[in-house]
Design a binder for this molecule. Sequence first.
Ligand SMILES: *Cc1c(COP(=O)(O)O)cnc(C)c1O
Length: 386
Amino acid sequence: MQIPMSAPDITQAEIEAVMEVLCTPHLSLGPRVTQFEEAFAAYVGAKYAVAVNSGTSGLHLAVIAAGIGAGDEVITPSFSFIASANCVLYERATPVFVDIDPLTGNMDPALVEAAISQRTKAIIVVHAFGQPADIDPILAIARKHHLVVIEDACEALGAQYKGRQVGTLADVAVFAFYPNKQMTTGEGGMIVTDNAEWAALFRSLRNQGRDVFNAWLNHTRLGYNYRMDEMSAALGLAQLRRIDELLARRDAVAALYNDQLATIPGVDRPYIAETTTRMSWFVYVIRLPNGPTRDYLMAYLQEQGIPSRPYFTPIHLQPFYQQTFFRGRGDLVYSEMAGETCLAIPFSGVMQPEEIDYVCEHLRAGLERASESLWPAPRARINSLR
Ligand SMILES: *Cc1c(COP(=O)(O)O)cnc(C)c1O
């Protein structure tokens, strides 16, 4: 059996929605983007939503709106997808990494204040794996120090923190619609905010710096082509109409994994914090006892047609960051530990129960083999003591 790492959930409704666009003359800058933005803002519960062509583009524009520039510092976790730190580098500012809570994998609020300096401008909070970060203490620190707070909500559409919807928790939030996310537009992203000036700024920046009510080709500021096209927006609208179903399917797959993995020794299942009143499953990430076991298991699973990924490799350990900042290992202990022991296994809303059985069966077998081949001597000794 060959299991995909992830797969989008596309029905006839999505196919027809995109085909309809192709029968109109408006493939970009048309009505679908506006409709998608309005529906998305309503779903999240924010005043404004601005569609862009990726989550990374959205984060970049949020960083610009926050006034972050050369020499500034932005506090953010290293245990994340690289875009949440790269967006700081795009504006020649410096990401200052703080460690994570080892249970949730999200930024540890207790470490934030010590990371603040005279140059700190903002905090980018990442809701990793679809679980909201513990943001209330972070918001309190940010208020005290007059810092902007950006939610990287790219993995957490639909999640709730203490009953509040992710995306409405801070000054601005960014969602992403790459095909492995909870809903997809192919490539795409959405910035949400209650700030009217920022919303207008985002509309200008995504469209080459044109002012929204200005004449065509009147470029007021340095802008970008970060526009979402109409096919993507139509796909997004169709997916958003099904969002409750899309999230429920992912819940069901995660529940099956939770049940089956409970009986496999050596596998730690995802930890759900008390503050998470609604989890939005993006990936299913297990913890293994140590790095060698994780790496052995990955190779074993691959032979069985089961892909898996170390997720995340901490950003400060990525080759580009190591080369650019000459950092070593060792200063973000829990992030690095998670980077060695976390493993994302195949996951999507369209995953079938037989596929889940197959993955779990081989996880069990792979872990047994790992302990036999990695530590044969202690294993034999334990057996002799039995
Ligand atoms: C997916 C993701 C993004 C944005 O990704 P794009 O591919 O640019 O849409 C940003 N941050 C995190 C944490 C993500 O998982």
